[in-house]
Write a new protein. Sequence first.
Length: 244
Amino acid sequence: MGATELLLVRHGESAANVAAAQAEALGAERIDVPARDADVELSENGLAQARALGAWLAALPEPDRPQAVWSSPYRRASDTARVALAEAGLDLPLLLDERLRDRDLGITDTLTAAGVRARYPEEAERRRWLGKFYHRPAGGESWADVALRVRSVLADLARQDRAERVLITAHDAVVLLFRYVCERLDEAEILAIAASEGVRNGAVTRLVAVGDEWRLDAYNVDEHLTQAGTRVTTEPAVGERGPA
């Protein structure tokens, strides 16, 4: 019957999240990321958040535990899944799916908003004109492009018949775009959610299928993080801040 429940988790805090916050605080144009986007690792706090997620999974009643795990292949997301599953003692295969990867920022990758304005003023103006949802940086993707990937994943989740409850570890924009597609939100609605309450690292969003519709059951659940004593972080991903 396909998936009927999705547990969407943003990866734990990454080294790039930390570097982006530092660059913005210093007013720098470039973010000192330690590796290409696919290889960025979790910070120590991010690892603690992943372990807290695992403890939360272990405490779930058996009927509520995920039966399958899908993840972005990017290391910060797949490591979040692996650490959480090990902590929970859940022996589940981990399916890596490139459609769940983070948004490609093209020529704006590793740049702060100030850096885009300084180095690519025409690109910054295009973003201002088109808006965050539809702007596609040269060589990169728009949020609308990522939404197409999400729709494709949902179609495959509906066709498979092995798991009704699926844990998905991915990225903040991907989690938001699952909400956008499943709840049939519009551009203004999803951007308002992103602006008012961004997806927290290691937090859980739960979507449940009711008949032919998906409904939001919970968003940004992070009690497991505070209970574990980990620092809760909401730092936007590199390139996912306000208009450049």
